[in-house]
Design a protein around this ligand. Structure first.
Ligand SMILES: Cc1ncc(COP(=O)(O)O)c(C=O)c1O
Length: 482
């Protein structure tokens, strides 16, 4: 039997909360009743007051109540039985309990030394970026507010093209530049568009795990190819995966070793790619920061028809900006753009335009000069502390470029010692071994040094160096004893 609310709860009805922020009265009543039904305050089969009674009780026009009831009926929450009244539906789905997001502790990056991917962000630069973004939003024209070119802002693409011409020896039409949210996004987009599931792609060993994961996510099989003092060993690639359709490389500053790919290897790689009709994905992630020696021209400057060039503002400016770019060979452009149309279309143009303004007026260039000075100081202090605090157990390889340093362990120590040092020193360092795909005995660390307060960096370097020394001493004592 239906519960007659009128007889039992007349004075208490409606047991509903009306949200005053909902301006439309019918929607307000609908929302209140809906919540009461879903929360179980009004149980299945309960009779609702008539529209006239409810209108009187709530002081709301009856037509609003009728509209609310119609809306509830179309939601399937109430049934009107002519001649008997209106009842809460008896076939309600079980009301869902409050939906709580699972606790997934997945935050990318860390703010603790020596995590990679930190950059120095100065308030003056942010103020200029904010002013530029505000200007672009306030002065937005209808084109900025509509759907647009999947390549992103032409203003930024032009700036990127001239930046690359001046700094990286790449002469490209802004039409071949695609603005993406970072290297990873650009790689995924181009891999999806240009490779097929099951294709093989050479990757550097050791190398950048994020890109390996990106290839794998696109069902492309990464094949590890060793890196030596001249960069990726092209001959080894040919013997490991002769039919690979692509290669992912960091030739200007190999991640993580810091090796600069020799010109002979560059030529060999391009020759192989031509013969195999394969794409070269060139990740030029930190070329803006060179501390000594001239930069080598990017591969894309040597073989623009073969190379998909990936650049990012994650290092130049900061990762949270999520702006990067891909320069795509003209013949591949349409495939990539069609793919993008079904992917994320394009990114918001306001920040792109703001960044373009700061590239055009020299703000980025002077910010880069200031940051570079900081990073050089951080690099030198880190290397010095690591060397002295570890008494030579840790051997830093001072990079000519970039924002991380590779630090190896002196030879002859127990396997696995780096891992023990990291956990005893309680630092965030990436282990060299963690950058390999295959089993390795490589010992050492990859230390990010940019973007940290110098005091914090010094403290972490001292902790790492001292711990390395202590554990190496213990290791040598137990080796001598046993
Ligand atoms: C080798 C390499 N490539 C690219 C990036 C930048 O990636 P994204 O632009 O996707 O943030 C990084 C960042 O640490 C990197 O180490």
């Amino acid at each position: 039997m239906a519960t007659t609310l009128r007889s039992k709860q007349r004075s208490a009805f409606p047991p509903i909360k009306l949200d005053p922020s909902i301006r439309n009265q019918a929607l307000r009543v609908h929302g209140g009743l809906r919540l009461a039904i879903v929360d179980g305050l009004l149980t299945p089969g309960a009779r609702l007051p008539s529209t006239r009674e409810l209108a009187e009780q709530l002081g709301i026009g009856r037509n609003m109540i009728v509209a609310a009831f119609e809306h509830l009926a179309s939601d399937g929450l109430i049934d009107t039985r002519p001649g008997s009244g209106t009842f809460v539906s008896t076939s309600l789905p079980t009301p869902p309990s409050v939906v709580v997001a699972p606790d997934i502790p997945l935050v990318f990056g860390s703010r603790q030394p020596f995590a990679l991917g930190q950059t120095h962000v100065d308030p003056a630069f942010l103020a200029r970026l904010a002013a530029a973004a505000r200007r672009h939003i306030a002065d937005a024209n209808p084109n900025d507010l509509a759907y647009g070119d999947p390549r992103g802002s032409l203003h930024l693409r032009r700036q990127v093209a001239s930046f690359l011409a001046v700094n990286r020896g790449i002469r490209c039409d802004p039409g071949c530049v695609i603005i993406v949210s970072g290297t990873q996004h650009g790689l995924r987009l181009c891999v999806d568009a240009l490779l097929a599931p099951g294709d093989h792609a050479w990757v550097e060993e050791p190398g950048y795990g994020v890109s390996r994961a990106t290839l794998a996510a696109a069902a492309v099989q990464p094949v590890p190819v060793p890196v030596d003092a001249a960069g990726l060993d092209v001959q080894a690639g040919v013997s490991r995966a002769p039919r690979a359709r692509a290669v992912y490389v960091t030739p200007s500053h190999q991640f993580p070793t810091g090796v600069r790919m020799a010109m002979t290897r560059r030529a060999a790689l391009i020759e192989w790619a031509e013969a195999a009709d394969a794409f070269i994905f060139e990740d030029d992630y930190d070329s803006e920061f060179r501390y000594s020696g001239p930069p080598l021209t990017a591969l894309a400057g040597l073989a623009p028809d073969r190379v998909v060039y990936l650049g990012t503002f994650a290092k130049t400016l900061f990762p949270g900006l999520r702006i990067g770019y891909a320069v795509v060979p003209p013949a591949a452009l349409e495939r990539v753009l069609r793919r993008r149309a079904g992917f994320d279309r394009f990114m918001s143009v306001f920040l792109q335009n703001a960044v373009a303004d700061l590239l055009a007026d020299g703000t980025v260039a002077s910010y880069l000069r200031r940051s570079q000075r900081r990073y050089r100081t951080a690099r030198d202090q880190l290397a010095e502390i690591i060397r002295t605090a570890s008494h030579g157990v840790l051997q830093p390889d001072i990079p000519e470029q970039g924002l991380h340093m590779i630090v190896r362990l002196r030879e002859g120590l127990a396997p696995g010692l780096s891992r023990m040092i990291r956990s005893s020193a309680n630092v965030e360092a990436l282990l060299l071994a963690e950058t390999f795909m295959e089993e390795t005995e490589a010992e050492g660390f990859i230390l990010g040094f940019s973007g940290y307060d110098i005091d914090k960096l010094q403290a972490a370097a001292t902790a790492l160096g001292t711990t390395a020394h202590q554990l190496a001493m213990k290791d040598m004592e137990s080796a001598a004893a046993g």
